[in-house]
Design a protein around this ligand. Structure first.
Ligand code: GLU
Length: 305
């Protein structure tokens, strides 16, 4: 196994020169683009790592999976999906177009920015700080890492420049999708995107999903099976932005990427995989990360299809 993942990283490394870190959040453009790392955690807890697997990065859109879990736990699936759809978009992750052109004004799914912001407005808590504490607590439990926190620099950078996300949120407030104060909901969203993790943390999250909600470390049930099924299905259809179709064909795994350069993948019944490479392709996915996963999936015949 160690040998295979070392080779996968070497393969992925050959592509990172073709990508570059996200620049629209100024703080993200400062990272070293030449990093690439991977962690693999089996559902029995066995694990392997290679490359820059200890590097910290912000979780960004991978957090949308955890926010979805919390909203469904807090409000129930019927409530959540009355306001957010279940269909892929074919548009960029931060696109506004479908909010206006589709009659219901519902964001199409919880994995795009509009959907995730709507989802955040459903998370319960007396204040934004309390809500974020609950979100952090869920991250810590699912990633089995009690020291997980967030990057204030990245949070402030996104808060200062997140005009498009503000536009999405105001649009949805106008159409009754978002409850509560727009700036407060956005604050929770920016905070949750700035949570700092390593490949190991997201591999653990992928492993919990792979094991239908059971912790690979303690054997404790952390999530109901139905919820892990829901999240993994969204990861297949919408997890890699508007490249989800190609990723399903080339890699064939439920996965969620973030513009920080992370990709969390889950191999049902087998393992979680976390990869990190901040050089992104034009769709916003880690270019080396995708190639690493593609290599691994082909070598080990991991595709679920
Ligand atoms: N915080 C980022 C944004 O809202 C997350 C995007 C992403 O990772 O896809 O633009």
């Amino acid at each position: 196994m160690q040998e295979i993942i070392d080779r996968a990283i070497k393969h992925g490394w050959g592509y990172i020169g073709y990508g570059k870190p996200a620049a629209y959040i100024p703080e993200l453009s400062k990272v070293n683009p030449n990093q690439l790392g991977i962690s693999v955690i089996q559902i029995n807890g066995e694990n392997w790592n290679s490359g820059d697997y200890e590097a910290k990065f912000t979780i960004q859109s991978i957090s949308k999976t955890v926010a979805l879990i919390m909203a469904v736990v807090d409000r129930g699936a019927d409530y959540v999906f009355a306001k957010v759809g279940m269909e892929p978009t074919g548009d960029a992750f931060n696109s506004i177009i479908k909010l206006e052109t589709i009659k219901t004004a519902k964001p199409l799914n919880p994995m795009i920015n509009a959907g995730a912001i709507a989802i955040d407005s459903m998370i319960q808590g007396e204040s934004i700080d309390k809500k974020f504490e609950r979100v952090l607590d869920m991250f810590r439990r699912l990633c089995h890492n009690h020291s997980i926190g967030n990057s204030e620099q990245v949070y402030n950078s996104e808060k200062a420049t997140g005009f498009r996300n503000r536009a999405l949120a105001h649009f949805m407030k106008d159409s009754g999708i978002i409850e509560g104060e727009v700036e407060e909901v956005l604050d929770l969203y920016f905070k949750q995107c700035s949570v700092e993790v390593t490949c190991k943390d997201i591999a653990m999250l992928g492993a919990v999903l792979a094991g239908d909600g059971v912790s690979p470390v303690t054997g404790e049930r952390l999530l109901p099976r139905s919820l892990t099924r829901l999240v993994k299905t969204f990861m297949v259809t919408c997890g890699m932005y508007d490249a989800s179709g190609e990723f399903a064909i080339r890699v064939g795994l439920p996965a969620k990427s973030g513009v920080g350069g992370g990709i969390m993948a889950s191999v049902p019944g087998k393992m979680g995989i976390g990869v990190y490479g901040p050089a992104l392709d034009e769709k916003g996915n880690s270019i080396g990360g995708i190639k690493t996963l593609e290599y691994l999936s082909n070598e080990m015949d991991l595709s679920i299809f």
